[in-house]
Design a protein around this ligand. Structure first.
Ligand SMILES: [Zn+2]
Length: 548
């Protein structure tokens, strides 16, 4: 199997096959349907998120003679496109053709009518690489493009595009694709190729791809060219100089057993063998995270990287405050990697810190444990100090009226729930954002039971339910969901026990009681609610042409 074969074979040929950019596809589809096509688009976003693919599909769609949500794949335009030979869809890679002459050659052709289709579509990839004079030449054409011409400028670095060009484009921001979505797509491909796989190996590749589908597929391809009979975790680890999870768990435990010299020499040996040390740091962080999650829920389902046995081994050796400190240290060193070449030195320091801080923290932890035990004897534990989910919040639980929740359940519907699941699908993204990690911690491990127009009901264990319902947390969570996902709903948490009771009552309620509107009082956020237009502008920049 040659290099990039998978990527080419499985490049989306339809809008419905594009992964992770639903909102953009929907908006573009609307523009086509309403015949409100702009003459210049800017597709901005990280590498491998589908900018060029979507640009091409857009070019295909607007030239298709029988377009109806998707191009027909049968008309002469579609056929030419599928043969990679459409004369009016012109691609230029500005990374290698960035001179003013390269642009001039294109621009000279702009006035002529399209040869086969309705529109001439110019796709300029990595547009920020154009020279200033090339930009200026392009600008003139962008100012007054003929009606049959459409420019799609793609870039990983929109800050480097000159403002005068930016201001002429309708902007679309492509987001990183979640590990979950990448993993799902890779498994589909492997199924189609009839190649057996270890799901952990797929997960490993998805994490390495860091949000880029193209990277994921080229990593997958490299693994398959090594062994195309099967995708195995040990092969992935071997090819990319990764350490196995087993070795990593062992390393983490050793650090906390103060075996510093041994740990450091292992690390150096790995480094000399060409191991990816940044990846190791990220892996350790992931392991620490999973151990923390496991400590809170003991739920096997939430573990992707480590096994329950490994989680227990870590928890036997490292206190929870110790693990929280580890997470901080590791995050710190990972962020340094971006600016620093001396990563190994920082990483060694990080490991030494982890070994030392833990001792101090462990003493504290033991004290906390003792205090806790005494409290437990008296049966009056109020706040669990070691709880990783919420940072030292004094929990004032709002007892939620279960009759009210029942009404919400009766008003809920399945489609709303499916739409709201996006929050859970994207949750992993917030783990590495210190400012927003809190929301990851609040929601991870809970389950979205139901959604109605103005509310979501989530189910979790008692501690987590209390955290979510605590007034300040609840308000912040409401704001987070509103701002990040545009979902304006109150979030109510209930325990499994409450859920069971509610389900029984739900079943006993006549069907005529369902779908009745329920008034939900929401939090007042900023002085003024954002209008839909403002929200769109936030998404697309100031260049959005509002329809209707
Ligand atoms: Zn067609």
């Amino acid at each position: 199997m040659g290099y990039q074969v998978l990527y080419r074979t499985y490049r989306p040929s339809k809008f419905s096959e594009v992964v992770g950019q639903d909102y953009i596809i929907k908006t573009l589809l609307n523009a086509i349907k309403k015949d409100k096509i702009a003459h210049a688009y800017l597709f901005a976003g990280p590498r491998g998120t589908g900018k060029t693919s979507v640009a091409k599909l857009f070019g295909k769609a607007i030239n298709c003679e029988n377009f109806n949500d998707e191009a027909c794949d049968e008309c002469p335009n579609c056929k030419a496109f599928l043969e990679n030979n459409h004369p009016d869809i012109i691609e230029l890679d500005a990374a290698s053709n960035n001179s003013v002459e390269d642009i001039r050659q294109i621009i000279e052709q702009v006035p002529y009518a399209p040869m086969l289709g309705k529109y001439k579509v110019y796709i300029i990839d990595e547009v920020h690489m154009l020279s200033t004079s090339a930009f200026n030449a392009l600008l003139k054409t962008l100012e007054e493009p003929p009606s049959h011409v459409i420019f799609i400028l793609a870039t990983t670095d929109p800050q480097k595009v000159i403002p005068t060009v930016l201001s002429r484009c309708q902007r679309y921001n492509f987001s990183k694709i979640t590990t979950f979505e990448i993993k799902k797509r890779m498994m589909e491909i492997l199924d189609k190729e009839a190649i057996p796989y270890d799901e952990k190996a797929v997960g490993q590749i998805a994490r390495m791809a860091e949000g880029g589908m193209r990277d994921a597929l080229s990593i997958l391809e490299q693994c398959l060219s090594y062994n195309d009979a099967e995708l195995r975790l040990e092969d992935v680890e071997h090819i990319f100089g990764l350490t196995s999870t087993e070795v990593e768990v062992d390393l983490l435990v050793k650090i906390h057993q103060q075996q510093i010299a041994e740990t450091i020499s292992t690390l150096r040996a790995m480094y000399e063998q060409g191991m990816d040390t940044k990846k190791l740091a990220v892996d350790l962080l992931e392991i620490v995270k999973e151990a923390l999650i496991y400590s809170d829920s003991a739920n096997d389902r939430l573990l992707n990287k480590i096994s329950p046995i490994e989680a227990q081994e870590i928890l036997r050796n490292v206190s929870i405050p110790g693990l929280l400190q580890d997470a901080n240290n590791l995050e710190d060193v990972i962020s340094k990697e971006r600016q620093n070449q001396n990563f190994l030195v920082y990483f060694e320091m990080c490991l030494i810190n982890m070994a030392n801080i833990k001792t101090a923290k462990n003493v504290e932890y033991k004290e906390v444990q003792e205090v806790k035990e005494i409290k437990e004897e008296k049966q009056e534990v109020k706040v669990e100090e070691t709880k990783p989910v919420v940072e030292e919040v004094e929990i004032k639980t709002n007892e939620i009226d279960q009759d009210f929740i029942l009404k919400l359940l009766l008003a809920a519907n399945r489609d709303l729930r499916i739409a709201d699941l996006i929050i859970y699908n994207k949750l992993d993204l917030y783990l590495y954002e210190p400012e927003k990690r809190k929301f990851y911690q609040l929601l991870i491990g809970t389950e979205l039971l139901a959604s109605s127009k103005d509310a979501m009901i989530v189910v979790g264990d008692k501690k987590q339910v209390d955290s979510i319902n605590e007034e300040n947390n609840n308000k912040e969570l409401y704001k987070f969901v509103n701002e990040e996902f545009g979902i304006d709903k109150m979030i109510y948490a209930i325990t499994n026990e409450q859920k069971d009771k509610l389900i029984t009552r739900y079943k006993a309620t006549p069907i005529s009681e369902r779908n009745k509107p329920v008034y939900v009082e929401k939090y007042q956020l900023a002085p003024k609610e954002k209008t839909k237009e403002e929200k769109l502008r936030e998404l697309f920049g100031d260049n959005l042409k509002i329809e209707e």
